[in-house]
Design a protein around this ligand. Structure first.
Ligand code: SF4
Length: 437
């Protein structure tokens, strides 16, 4: 049976490859500790200062435990798969582009490792085609060239994720053509077989090591609580840069609604200034179109009134840190207007025969519904976990104030215990700065 010592030791696989290799005892100690935690299936916290080489120290036991010759795991049938979660892109790139290929070159067995990106990183062929056909109704003329550039890239790229587009795509166009939860035809889609996201999902399902960022990890946890998922089942988890875990978890398990989000989602449906939007490009009769556009306009007015009264609320309390302890601090015309808009959209969706258009409208309606529900929860302070509710005000580059409603759970410990530590047999937390006294 191969052990971390056989790879990291003075006469191990790495030493045989690198002439000037020097054993780092702390690295080997950490690797042995992680290896034991995986094999005995318990959790472990390791503080590893700069220079220890912690990525090899956890990657080696993760690879041995998921792809080695003597895979040893007990209990349920969760596959021996390891997830490595980091906070920064630079660390993910180091793992995927440098550390893992190097280990692959020195280890005597094969293993599969994949970088997992969120769904919206991938191009959706169906939405690209549909947006191309509705260009004139969706985007201003100056975006035409960008659309042509992306379309040309989509025909030659093998990965389909926006990071392989250089320079990165115009975000407004990308939002109309990327993969989205609730906006996919699945097996009914004519592009299902060559769908970039579908291919990525299949690679993920077959991989032994998955590299993710904390945002994907906690989005997956939040989805799993509701029956969905991004990641397949896994047995081992390494949380690198673990000092950022608390904040990342709180951000994904709380609420954040910005004025911009509300305006953006309404503009997507209909922008009265540019006369563009989803409703313009959908085949509906003029009576229904006018009713829906009016409902969008009402929402805009309600959003403006609502966020202005929140600003007034803050102005009347100079020196306040934005924390809100009372419910219903101002009148909320926004949720009601959004519900009215949802109802109008439901009526249109029922009459829309084109599957593409129906899916797109449903997805837009669900986003409006989710926003209205979050505003209600925030106003009522009714998150299940005890949380801090606060208002934040930022200024745009033109000096325009932007208010957001936020809530974060006070103590994420119980949530992490229930959703992570009690479910994953072995979780390793590591960072150069883990101790907080
Ligand atoms: S299967 Fe879904 S994500 Fe893939 S191209 Fe079709 S609609 Fe888009």
């Amino acid at each position: 049976m191969m052990t971390p010592h056989d790879i990291l030791g003075t006469d191990g696989s790495i030493a045989r490859r690198l002439e000037r290799y020097e054993l780092r005892q702390e690295q080997l100690d950490m690797s042995n500790a992680v290896w034991e935690a995986f094999r005995k299936e318990h959790h472990l916290a390791v503080e590893a200062g700069t220079g220890v080489g912690k990525s090899f120290a956890y990657l080696i036991p993760a690879i041995l435990q998921t792809a080695g010759e003597d895979i040893h795991c007990s209990g349920d049938d969760t596959p021996p798969r390891a997830v490595i979660s980091t906070h920064t892109i630079s660390l993910q790139e180091q793992l995927i582009d440098k550390d893992i290929p190097f280990l692959r070159s020195v280890l005597p067995f094969e293993f599969t490792a994949v970088l997992v990106k969120g769904r919206s990183n991938y191009l959706c062929f169906r939405r690209l085609k549909s947006a191309g056909e509705k260009m004139a109704n969706l985007f201003e003329d100056r975006k035409k060239r960008e659309m042509q550039r992306i379309t040309a890239w989509s025909k030659t790229d093998s990965d389909g994720s926006k990071s392989s587009l250089n320079p990165e795509p115009d975000w407004e166009i990308w939002n109309e053509i990327c993969c989205e939860t609730g906006n996919c035809l699945g097996k009914k889609c004519p592009h299902n077989n060559d769908c970039f996201y579908g291919i990525a999902r299949r690679r993920i399902a077959n991989a032994q090591i998955l590299v993710v960022n904390h945002a994907v990890l906690f989005s997956d946890l939040a989805l799993k609580a509701g029956g969905g998922s991004i990641l397949p089942l896994y047995r081992y988890l390494v949380l690198d840069e673990a000092h950022t875990v608390e904040q990342a978890a709180a951000e994904h398990l709380g609420i954040s609604v910005t004025q911009y989000q509300a305006e953006y989602n309404l503009n997507r449906l209909y922008n009265s200034r540019t006369q563009k939007g989803l409703l313009q490009g959908t085949k509906i009769d003029s009576e229904n179109r006018t009713a829906a556009q009016q409902a969008v306009d009402e929402c805009f007015y309600a959003a403006e009134t609502f966020f202005l009264s929140l600003q007034d609320y803050l102005d009347e309390r100079p020196g306040s840190n934005g924390r809100i302890k009372e419910t219903h601090i101002v009148a909320n015309p926004l949720s009601g207007s959004m519900r009215k808009l949802q109802e109008t959209l439901r009526h249109i969706i029922e009459k829309t025969e084109d599957m593409n258009e129906r899916t797109e409208l449903k997805s837009a309606r669900d986003k409006i519904a989710a926003l209205a529900a979050e505003v209600d929860v925030w106003m009522q302070q009714s998150l299940e976990a005890e949380s801090v509710y606060y208002l934040d005000r930022q200024f745009t580059s033109r000096g325009r104030p932007r208010v957001s409603l936020n809530a974060v759970p006070i103590d994420i410990g119980p949530i992490l215990r229930e959703q992570l530590f009690n479910k994953i047999p072995s979780v390793i937390l590591t960072s150069a700065t883990l101790t907080n006294g």
